[in-house]
Design a protein around this ligand. Structure first.
Ligand code: 6PG
Length: 474
């Protein structure tokens, strides 16, 4: 093939996400070379590509892969995050020419992306770190894409990324977030919100299952109904599907045979750790990460139930209605997103990224896992005032006013019945803290000054002060 006929895009890593992304790129009219470390995977993928096979150049070695791409090359890495990305960059580097570009489309830690972007500045190649959300269906049909790196690198890839991305009312869900690790940072916070949203839905499911004694299918119907209202979202939609599915082996509801032990690859935990570092509270996300950790302690929880007995777990429908559960989820969701956006706002200043908060809400409106009807209103609120807490924006303040008592009621009833609702509780405590102008940290300051002479501020006077307990005073 003459060099000018070669594709200028290559995709390395044909796992589920890579294979689907490659087909999506091919379908949008771009030709691309593909490579997987295990060649049989490449062969199988190419055979299964059907009418798109002609758009794809399968290659057997890394050298053949690079030689099959026309310079300046755009090489998309779709390999597991972590050391494999570094190893792959190292292996590619000697084969690359000036202005070739590596695009890491995995779920990389933003710190790693910062480091790789820095290293690329001293090398001949360009580097982009892009967060891609939407799971395998999103990768195939249109994911949400959050880009980070040098602006010219993004501009070069933008036509491809915009073409393959999801569209919201015709607008591509692919946006440049800022330098270096900015795209992976935004994707990390997306995943933190994803964890909290999923956990809150699971908590409400638990109240319906154990509190109301509802069958999984009926719970699915409730989610279906909610999905037609203000809770409309991909996560509610799939929760309905999951709840209504039947296990082929036993004929039971699928949910009833799934072990209650949740896995995690780490992105939610990264969000919680990073938020702690920057003193930006994301309490619903923290609670969701902890709940996943607790869920994996199946044996210990059995021991606990043996010692303490299971909680009463029976809620009178008169005491709590499905409408109140819906309100609780709405309030919890607003508080959780407010935390996520506040964290992005603080990172934006500290890392100097100038993260485009309204555009982040926009890029999440379609394609990604946390897409929901609410995000459009969030984009509007952030355009109006990007620096204010989301709960204070008119539309969301009204929503919190009309739903926080529902959330309160749900938590009170759950606590009385011994049913854990950690993420919903964390969301409510956050809301209550954020509307309490005089909190209780005066006691903390008194304690700190007492044992460590750390000093405190006074309500009636500027400066640093000590209490009467200060050494020599008492
Ligand atoms: C997405 C998802 C995706 C993946 C995460 C979840 O936006 O498409 O977030 O990235 O599902 O890896 O990971 P956990 O295994 O941590 O739940």
């Amino acid at each position: 093939m003459a060099s000018h006929d070669l594709p200028s895009i290559g995709l390395l890593g044909l796992g589920t996400m890579g294979a689907n992304l490659a087909l999506n790129i091919a379908e949008k009219g771009f030709r691309l070379a593909v490579y997987n470390r295990t060649h049989s995977v490449t062969v199988k993928f190419h055979k299964g590509a059907g009418e798109l096979a002609g758009q794809l150049t399968p290659t057997a070695t890394l050298e053949e892969f690079v030689a099959s791409i026309k310079p300046p090359r755009n090489i998309i890495l779709m390999v597991p995050a972590g050391p494999i990305v570094d190893a792959q960059i190292e292996a590619l580097r000697p084969l690359l020419a000036k202005d070739d570009m590596i695009i890491d489309a995995g779920n990389a830690n933003f710190d790693d992306t910062n480091r790789r972007a820095e290293a690329a500045r001293d090398s001949i190649e360009m580097f982009l770190g892009i967060g891609v959300s939407g799971g395998e269906v999103g990768a195939r049909n249109g994911p949400s894409i959050m880009g980070g790196g040098d602006r010219p690198a993004w501009d070069r890839m933008a036509p491809v990324l915009e073409a393959i991305s999801a569209k919201f009312e015709g607008q591509p869900c692919a946006t440049y977030m800022g330098e270096a690790g900015a795209g992976h940072y935004v994707k990390m916070v997306h995943n933190g919100i994803e964890y909290a949203d999923m956990q809150m839905i699971a908590e409400v499911y638990g109240l319906m299952r154990d509190g109301f004694g509802m069958a999984a299918g009926d719970i699915g119907d409730v989610f279906d109904t909610w999905n037609k209202g203000p809770l409309q979202s991909y996560l509610i939609e799939i929760s309905a599907e999951v709840a209504k599915a039947t296990d082929a082996k036993t004929g039971k509801p699928m949910l009833d045979v799934i072990l209650d032990s949740a896995g995690q690859k780490g992105t939610g935990r990264w969000t919680a750790i990073e938020a702690l570092h920057r003193a930006s509270p994301v309490t619903a996300i923290d609670a969701a990460v902890a709940a996943r950790n607790l869920s994996s302690r199946v044996g210990e929880r059995k021991t606990g139930e043996g010692i303490f007995g299971s909680a009463p777990q029976s809620i009178n429908r008169e005491e709590l209605s499905l409408d109140v559960l819906e309100q609780a989820l709405l309030a919890g969701k607003v508080a959780c997103y407010a935390q996520g956006f506040a964290m992005l706002d603080s990172a934006s200043d500290d890392y100097g990224w100038k993260l485009p908060l309204p555009q982040i809400a926009e890029v999440w409106r379609e394609g990604c896992i946390i897409r929901s009807a609410m995000l459009d209103d969030m984009a509007t609120a952030l355009k109006h005032d990007p620096d204010s807490n989301m709960m204070f924006a008119d539309a969301f303040a009204d929503r919190m006013k009309s739903t926080h008592n529902g959330l309160r009621k749900v938590i009170a009833v759950a606590a009385t019945n011994g049913m854990p609702v950690p993420a919903l509780s964390a969301a409510l405590s956050y809301f209550d803290s954020m509307r309490t102008s005089r909190g209780t940290a005066n006691m903390i300051q008194g304690q700190r000054d007492y044992f460590g002479a750390h000093s405190f501020g006074r309500l009636d006077e500027e400066g640093a002060h000590h209490g009467p307990w200060a050494l020599g005073t008492i």
